[in-house]
Ligand binder design. Sequence first.
Ligand SMILES: Nc1ncnc2c1ncn2[C@@H]1O[C@H](COP(=O)(O)OP(=O)(O)OP(=O)(O)O)[C@@H](O)[C@H]1O
Ligand SMILES: [Mg+2]
Length: 282
Amino acid sequence: MTMTDSTTSHTETDGSEPNNSETTDEANTQTVLKTDGLSKSFGAIDAVIDVDLEINRGEILAIAGDNGAGKSTYVKMLSGVLTPTAGQIYVRSDDRLVERSFTSSKDAEKAGIATVYQGQHLTPTNDAATNIFLGHEPSKPGLRGSLLREIDKARMVEESNQLLEEIGFDFDPESPVEELSGGQQQAVAVARALIRDPPTIILDEPTSEVSTTGTDKIIDLVRRIPEEGKAGILISHKIDIVVDIADRIAIMRDGKLIDVLKNTSDVERIDIVSRMHKEREL
Ligand SMILES: Nc1ncnc2c1ncn2[C@@H]1O[C@H](COP(=O)(O)OP(=O)(O)OP(=O)(O)O)[C@@H](O)[C@H]1O
Ligand SMILES: [Mg+2]
């Protein structure tokens, strides 16, 4: 079908062409992140199989697929939570794509990839502001900051407040996370990714715990990611949202990347859903 994007095939990297292990010549200078043959097995379970995919600045790439298709496992490799069993991850650094292997999520964040995880692990007893700024705490001005490394909590609270307001939420950033609703916790997770101002933001089911109005707010925010030249990777079971905001839709089934659809006006949710389930319907 014409809507199938040709870049999904494995033909580019199959075969025995020489492969520079450090960098890759990439015709598309917009590509910020790219995987070649990325795979992950858990014992006998092949959760992600040989995924070739690139993510470009200024786009929202959605990853759709059934429960267990491998979506979270794939992005966890991009965000340093899981180590790939095989394959490569390339991240743009200046004018080149450089091969990276992440040993932690902090490592991936340093490379410019921030993630909002499905079932985000926030520290429940800490307050929202502390969770949002974790690892990025501003120091107090003057010697107390530079010499004593005292954290500027007031600024954290103020900036958290601003950010939460910007994404449409209104609760006290000094509330412990365990006392917040699921949707408010999700907002903390989204704010946590945004405060890092990364070139690539991954959101794995960012609206799963959120009310309809909260969902609209978070979706508005995701929609704005490309405006600043950033790239967004969105995993969502809500196909209407995916069709509404994604530029391209990658479809995974049983660990494999099945298709990448350019999201033009003729893509319909039925196209996506049928590709997600094809084999089971036969
Ligand atoms: N830590 C793990 N150990 C063993 N198997 C795992 C682990 N994490 C995921 N899996 C398996 O890998 C496969 C892919 O899971 P994954 O969580 O990536 O799916 P998903 O597409 O994100 O699904 P969902 O839409 O339900 O979130 C599943 O079969 C799952 O059971
Ligand atoms: Mg998942």
